[in-house]
Design a protein around this ligand. Structure first.
Ligand code: AMP
Ligand code: ZN
Length: 473
């Protein structure tokens, strides 16, 4: 079995990776803060994590992925207050949009999407342990803080010296109540706006709400155990978020929290980090409106290594649209009845075997997707040349199809064979949204009715991998 190698932020090295039990990779991925639809920068990170889970599966492991939904935080509370709503009223529609966008981009469904607000007892238990162990304290402002000075290895992930962290500290308004400016809140004492928006809970330290870092530690350990195989996120989360997750978890359990830490680089627009506040945000909705396919977005993202910054541009998206058109053509050509009838040459099967070997080597070498793509396009070039020659046997075409499907099972870059009829496509997507909503309501009668309605117009649905694909049958 081939080695699987990954860059570990903790050691700053590419290392051999395998799940601790040799079977299931227990993977935690920090999810979206659901106050606004996620932007394409967020989705670059989620696509990197989708590549990760599919590459791990190609290697033969099962994957158990947890992605949290941060449904209580300052921005959500502010939004709720402005709109005179509760935090749940703000977050629920955004969670819906997140899943719709995720499905559009063909990001496989994680095994769990825990909401922070559903794990308050687990978070309080963790705070209790940390207070008992003397690494957390309640300050005069009523909030409970983690004392970084009492956790000697604080800073090991970000490699920031704690003295540096202290001297470079941002001065917070309430800092005088803390022992140390950089001590971070585990539990935040409730303010009137928290109470007004449904963002306050009872606790042994009074009414309050959880801190963001606490949320991930509690849910990760509850759902995946005290030591995870792999913890992923965007590079901006290394400090303070992941550093603080390590501090809380390891101070409570005395065990390693995550064996490997993996971080994806940023998506930039015109050279600056994509973020809601800079106004250079691109949404999945915007892509759909511009007629850019999920296949093209995936190709665009995977054509750059996940640890390198990536610049979003029209030219790059156009080039990816053209590239995936070729992938789609090849996929159709392989399955064309005429091809199946004529059969393929030995050279076709050989090109397929070679491509699979190269793709596996590339993906297992720190997720080198650009190299995997290069191997796929080489296969397409050679495969087309072989198919232009005289026929051969059916087995070589079957082998080419099988290999193509395995490679595309990771990259997922075949564009939908859409009829030119954009009106029909819009109708299908609207029907699919209604069907998904019906399924969320567990209204299976309605969901089956919509399936039949689609079938009547020749649309065949395939549910699987957490999403629904359609094709014209
Ligand atoms: P948030 O909703 O801000 O908590 O972010 C969700 C995920 O998106 C985190 O893993 C972030 O690191 C990641 N992220 C945020 N902005 C970008 C960006 N411009 N490019 C890539 N990833 C990002
Ligand atoms: Zn997190």
């Amino acid at each position: 079995m081939s080695d699987f190698r990954l860059y570990n932020t903790l050691t700053r090295q590419v290392e051999s990776f395998a799940p601790a039990d040799g079977r299931v990779v227990r993977m935690y991925t920090c999810g979206p803060t659901v106050y606004n639809p996620a932007h394409l920068g967020n989705f670059r990170t989620f696509l990197f994590e989708d590549l990760m889970r599919r590459a791990l599966a190609l290697r033969g492991w099962s994957v158990h992925q947890v992605m949290n939904l941060t449904d209580v935080d300052d921005k959500i509370i502010k939004r709720a207050q402005e709109q005179g709503r509760t935090i749940t009223e703000v977050t629920e529609p955004v969670i819906e949009i997140f899943h719709r966008d995720r499905e559009f981009l063909r990001i496989q469904q994680a095994e769990a999407y825990p909401k922070a607000t559903a794990f308050i007892p687990e978070m309080l238990a963790l705070v209790g342990t940390l207070v008992e162990r003397g690494v957390a304290y309640q300050a005069d402002d009523g909030s409970v803080y983690f004392a970084i000075a009492r956790f000697p290895s604080y800073g090991k992930l970000s490699r920031l010296d704690t003295r540096e962290i202290r001297s470079g500290a941002r001065v917070l308004q309430d800092e005088y109540t803390k022992e140390n400016a950089q001590d971070f809140a585990l539990w935040k004492a409730a303010k009137p706006e928290d109470e007004a928006t449904g963002a306050a809970w009872d606790s042994p330290w009074g009414r309050g709400r959880p801190g963001w870092h606490l949320e991930c530690s509690a849910m990760a350990m509850q759902l995946l155990g005290e030591t995870l195989d792999l913890h992923c996120g965007g590079i901006d989360l290394i400090f303070p978020h992941h550093e603080d997750e390590i501090a809380q978890s390891e101070a409570a359990t005395g065990k390693t929290f995550a064996r490997v830490w993996s971080h994806g680089a940023f998506l930039l627009t015109d050279g600056s980090k994509m973020a809601k506040r800079v106004g250079n945000v691109f949404t999945v909705e915007g892509l759909r409106e511009a007629g850019i396919s999920a296949a093209a977005v995936r190709h665009f993202v995977y054509n750059t290594h996940y640890r390198k910054e990536l610049n979003l541009s029209d030219q790059a998206l156009e080039a990816s649209t053209e590239a995936v058109r070729r992938v789609g053509e090849f996929a159709r050509r392989l399955r064309d009845p005429a091809t199946l009838e004529r059969g393929g040459t030995a050279g076709l099967a050989h090109a397929a075997d070679e491509a699979l070997g190269l793709v596996r080597d590339a993906l297992f070498d720190d997720l080198n997707a650009p190299e995997a793509l290069a191997a796929l396009f080489d296969f397409i070039r050679k495969g087309n040349a072989e198919l232009d020659r005289k026929g051969g046997d059916r087995a070589s075409v079957d082998r080419a199809i099988e290999v193509f499907e395995r490679i595309d099972g990771v990259l997922d870059i075949v564009p939908l064979a859409v009829a030119a009829d954009a009106e029909l496509v819009r109708w299908i997507e609207e029907r699919l949204t209604s069907r998904r909503e019906a399924r969320i309501r567990r209204d299976f009668v309605e969901s089956d009715r919509i399936r039949d309605e689609l079938a009547a117009r020749g649309v065949v649905l395939e549910d699987g991998g957490g999403s629904t694909r359609w094709k014209l049958g």
